[in-house]
Structure formats: C-alpha cells, structure tokens
Design a protein around this ligand. Structure first.
Ligand code: GDP
Ligand code: GDP
Length: 449
C-alpha cells in the first residue's frame, strides 16, 4: 500500500487546492453523504515518479469557533497517526497566524516528519511570510503555489526522502566530446510499446528501413540508424536509437510491458538526448513517467514527443493539458519541451529536431567561473545560507566542473549539513540565471580544501 502523507493546516490556506493538484482525477474516496461532515478525504497522489496516498482534513470550516481547537486536534491526530510525513501548509501572504502556531505545536508533539509549505507564493510574492514561517519551529518553509503549480519540484525533492523510490541507477560516463563535428548527436527514441517509435524513425529518415506494424517475427539488423539533419546554422549528424528495434532484435516476445523499460534504459545509456514518445490518446501513463525519470536520473536531456496528434481534435486544449501534466508529473524537469506531431502523416515532424538540438545545447552549457561567482554572491546575499548549530554556513567559491549535464562544485563550510531546501534554492537559481532549461543540473557541495 502506498505511504500516507497527511495534509494539515488551518482553513483557507489552500489544502484542497493542493490535494486536487496532486490527486487529479484519481480521487479514491469521497464521502458526500448529506448531513455528514466530511472529516477527511484520501486520494491517490502522484508527483513525478512518487506515488502516495494524500490525506486531507477539510471540514473544519463548519466547526463552531469554540469547538475548533478540540476538533482540530482530534482530526489532525487521526490524519497524522499513520502518516509517513505531514505536509503542513500556511498562507505565505497572510503570514503566520495564532491558529498556524497551534497546528505547529500539535505537529511538533506528534513526532512525525513535517514539511512546511508556504502556499500562495506565486511569483515570489510572499517573501515576508516565508521568513516568518521559520518561527514555527518545524524547519525551513518550501514556497509553493498550489494554484499555479509552482514549487512542485521542491515539494518533490522534500517528499522523496520519505517515500520509497526505485533504486538509483549507476552513473555512466559520457566519453564523446561535444564540439567534435564528426561525432553524431546520439538520440534515443523511447516509449511504451505502440507509441509509434518505429513509425517515427522511419518517417524521420525518410525510408522504410525499419519495419513497423503488428506482424510477428519482424527483425531489424541494427539498433541504430545514422542520419543527417540540416539545422538553421549547421548540419547535424544524428544517430537514432530505437528501442522498438532493440526489442525486436532481442526476439523477446513475453512480458513486453516490463521489458520496454529495460530496453529504454539501454537506449538511454547510449543516448545524449532522449525523446520520450507519448501516445496523444493515453499520455503520461505510469511507464511513461518511469522512463522519463530514468532518463533524467541518468543525467540525459529530455524532449517529450506527443505522437498520433492526427487523432486529436481539440488540439489547443490538449496541449494545455499536456503542459499542465508535465509540470505536475515531471517536476524534476521544469520547462521540458513538448512537441506534438503525427509520425504516420509526417505533420509536425519538423518540430522535433529543433527541440532536440536546443536541449542538447543546454546540456552542454558552460558557465564562466567569474559569472558564476558573481551570481553566487548575489544569491547568498539575497537569501543567506542557514546557520547550523549556531554557526553560519559559508559558501565561498563555485565552478562548473563538467557539462553533459551541467555539474557545479561549490566550496562550502559544513557542506554535509546544508539543508536540501537551500541546495534547491541554489540549483533553481543557476537554472534561472544562466537559462539552462529542461536538463538535469547537478550541484556538489565540498568542504574547502
Ligand atoms: P483549504 O481550506 O485549506 O482547503 O483551502 P482551499 O484549497 O479551499 O483554498 C482557499 C482559497 O485559497 C481558495 O480561494 C483558493 O483559490 C486560494 N488558493 C489556493 N492556493 C492558492 C495559491 O497558490 N495562490 C493563491 N493566490 N491562492 C490560492
Ligand atoms: P512502436 O511499438 O512504438 O515501435 O510503435 P509502431 O511504430 O509499431 O506503431 C504502433 C501502431 O501505431 C502502428 O499501428 C502505427 O501505424 C500506429 N501509429 C504510429 N504513429 C501514428 C500516428 O502518428 N498516428 C496514428 N493514427 N497512428 C500511428
């Protein structure tokens, strides 16, 4: 059974809004028997590759003022009782209220891990409330906007440690130098069976070298195809890895559903850029998310390709909903490009390679050390590193040590004690300041030599 996460806070801070965002349409249990106050509701929540049961505690609004404290404690106790962790929400615009303090004290005495969410913080509109929130004594606040979906990446990172996830995958080396014009850009097309991978590769290279379709026993003699793409400023040699081909080559017929993930992993290891192919009619299923998450953990640049667009009628609505889903379900990759097309008719295929080369360039981004250090100074003075056991953490120097994906090392006192939330603040800062979109960014904090 999925771990439970309790959503706690006074009325009107935005709990239901976050609940709905996390649960979407997957609401498992709603008790709307007339005359019965809904004390709590539960739903199956998804955030990136994390699945958990979120327990909301609405209904307090209806309680008479005098009874509020008692009822509040009772309900909170029940919701928190078997939760793995609590999301404690305040309204960052309203600041900290006496009722917030009462909740904080209940939560502190529960002994459960607490993640403090400062909601309604869209567009960093609520910095003052954010600082107040430290006074609640339940750790560092994470600024989010439940309504606009901001801060979901930070929430993901905070929740991740309380929830079991798949084992991390080994790091693999990237041995090919980026500006060697003869080395092809290695692109993997991954996705669930029948997403249209073979059809896409065929169409892209303009010949029917790979066979598609439901016929049994079709094999290919190669798992990759080389090809050249004419970009705006240069021609790109490209090597496409097609997981459908890998599967067919291995002649493995059984357990296709399961296999496609391990095939995808193989292709991801070969690749620099991963195009995750979704079926427009059934996008973002569990396996899609697993594959996308694998690609990002492997440090690859990601593009989401939405295939079978010819079957979609309300395209604008569909695209908006895909963007919303990507923001919510893939918070690890903010701004990942989503391109829609029909591999079958060829419509929209010209959108793929510009997106692929764009993320490839970001993946190879190199930031000047002087600019990085200017940024670090500004970032640490805007929001100073926290103090740990009475001593302030000092960040002294930062440099980029690697590209593909961009990797930064900062010298830092008490490096191992820097809270994750502060690391996230730095990573997001690098992303924004140097416009590195849609690719993983790694930040390593090291004790000064
Ligand atoms: P609950 O009582 O804690 O469940 O709060 P609701 O989810 O019902 O939200 C209370 C009000 O705050 C509603 O009017 C929401 O639209 C609003 N709200 C929720 N999240 C946000 C947010 O991120 N930003 C802003 N500005 N308003 C929000
Ligand atoms: P793979 O398993 O991911 O390699 O998928 P295939 O390329 O074999 O395609 C699976 C099925 O989807 C085939 O019947 C294709 O004809 C069909 N298909 C692929 N692309 C499209 C598309 O853009 N539109 C439509 N309508 N069908 C498509």
């Amino acid at each position: 059974m999925a771990a439970k996460i309790a959503l706690v806070g006074r009325p009107n801070v935005g709990k239901s809004t976050l609940f709905n965002r996390l649960v979407g349409k997957r609401l498992a249990l709603v008790d709307d028997t007339p005359g019965v106050t809904r004390d709590r509701r539960e739903g199956e929540a998804k955030l990136g590759d994390l699945s958990f049961t979120v327990v909301d505690t609405p209904g307090l609004e209806e309680a008479p003022e005098a009874a509020l404290e008692g009822r509040m404690r009772q309900q909170t106790d029940r919701a928190v009782e078997d939760a793995a962790a609590c999301l404690f929400m305040i309204d960052a615009r309203a600041g900290v209220t006496p009722l917030d303090k009462a909740f904080a004290s209940i939560l502190r005495s529960s002994g459960k891990p607490v993640i403090l969410l400062a909601n309604k913080a869209e567009g960093s509109a609520a910095n003052a409330g954010l600082y107040d929130a430290y006074a609640l004594g339940v750790g560092e606040p994470i600024a989010i906007s439940a309504e606009h979906g901001e801060g979901m990446g930070d929430l993901y990172a905070a929740l991740e440690s309380f929830l079991a996830t798949e084992e991390a995958v080994d790091e693999s080396n990237d041995e090919i130098a980026w500006d060697d014009p003869l080395k092809p850009l290695r692109v993997a097309i991954v996705g669930r069976p029948n997403a249209g991978k073979s059809t896409l590769v065929n169409k892209l290279i303009g010949e029917d070298r790979l066979l598609t379709g439901p016929e049994a026993g079709i094999t290919r003699d190669s798992i990759s195809v080389e090809w050249r793409w004419q970009g705006k400023n240069r021609e790109w040699p490209v090597k496409l890895f097609d997981t459908a081909g890998m599967r067919k080559k291995a002649r493995v017929q059984s357990k296709l559903e399961k296999l496609s993930v391990s095939d995808a992993l193989r292709a991801i290891k070969f690749a620099e850029v991963v195009v995750m192919l979704l079926d427009a009619e059934t996008p973002f299923e569990k396996q899609d998310l697993q594959i996308a998450d694998l690609a990002l953990r492997e440090g690859r640049a990601l593009v989401i390709g939405v295939n079978k667009w010819d079957l979609i009628e309300e395209r604008n609505t569909k695209m908006r909903s895909l963007q919303e889903m990507a923001g919510r379900l893939l918070p690890q990759a903010p701004g990942v490009p989503i391109v829609a097309f029909s591999a079958k008719t060829g419509a929209g295929l010209n959108r793929i390679m510009p997106a692929v080369t764009q993320v490839y360039v970001d993946w190879n981004a190199r930031v000047k050390t002087s600019e990085l250090n200017d940024w670090l100074q500004e970032a640490t003075s805007r929001h100073a590193p926290p103090a740990v056991s009475g001593q302030r953490i000092k960040l002294r120097y930062i440099a980029q040590t690697k590209t593909r994906p961009p990797t930064f090392v900062a010298q830092c006192t008490r490096a191992e004690e820097v809270p994750d939330s502060y690391k996230r603040y730095l990573v997001n800062g690098i992303r924004d300041a140097f416009d590195i979109k849609a690719v993983p960014i790694r930040l390593i904090l090291k004790k000064p030599d």
